[in-house]
Write a protein that binds this ligand. Structure first.
Ligand SMILES: [Ca+2]
Ligand SMILES: [Ca+2]
Ligand SMILES: [Ca+2]
Length: 194
């Protein structure tokens, strides 16, 4: 079986999907307000789902019997076996990650690609305007790709990605860059360059 590798086309295609998912008004720019909207929608959806699960007869009201039944179920389920809270709305997604519908490359892309969050937006917004365009987002993703591409052949193998992720976890960026040193604060490539 051919091993799965990631190339820049995969990064660009997936970055495009993430960007379009966050660009709610499709104007080619992702703003903080749009990311906040996405978080709000996720929260509203979670609350809506919770409400519907309690409102068992679906009349849009929670009557005392339904409330009591819900509390009862909470008693049994409030804590999972591992002690974590089963009902926790604090872990809602606040970033757009690699689409879960991605093909078999998805798991590797998820390791190497940066989710589109408010922090990402600030980091990628190199011209300090109201948001990031796709080019700015792609430059950020390519930086990560280049860091992970230890042998600089334009393809990421499973091993390269995992080695890079391990290095990132252990806070040893000097080991990640491999043969090609890239000092902190190195300039990103000029997008206007040929
Ligand atoms: Ca927009
Ligand atoms: Ca910008
Ligand atoms: Ca490589």
């Amino acid at each position: 079986m051919k091993p799965v590798t990631i190339d820049l086309d995969d990064i660009e295609k997936t970055a495009r999907e993430m960007f379009e998912a966050a660009d709610l008004n499709s104007d080619g720019m992702v703003t903080i307000a749009e990311l906040q909207d996405l978080t709000d929608r996720a929260r509203d959806q979670a609350i809506g789902e919770r409400f519907r699960s309690v409102d068992t007869n679906g009349n849009q009201l929670i009557d005392p019997a339904e409330f009591s039944a819900w509390q009862h179920s909470l008693g049994a389920l409030a804590y999972r076996d591992d002690g974590s809270r089963a009902y926790d709305v604090t872990h809602l997604p606040d970033a757009v990650g690699v689409p879960s519908s991605s093909n078999k490359k998805g798991p590797l892309l998820s390791i190497v690609m940066v989710p589109l969050s408010k922090i990402t937006l600030i980091e990628a917004n190199t011209n300090y305007d109201e948001g990031i365009d796709f080019r700015e987002f792609l430059i950020l993703q390519r930086k990560e790709f280049d860091k992970a591409d230890g042998n600089s052949d334009g393809r990421l193998t499973d091993q390269e990605i995992r080695a890079w992720a391990d290095g990132r976890r252990s806070q040893r960026p000097d080991l990640i860059a491999g043969e090609r040193p890239s000092p902190p604060g190195a300039q990103s490539r000029d997008p206007r360059a040929p």
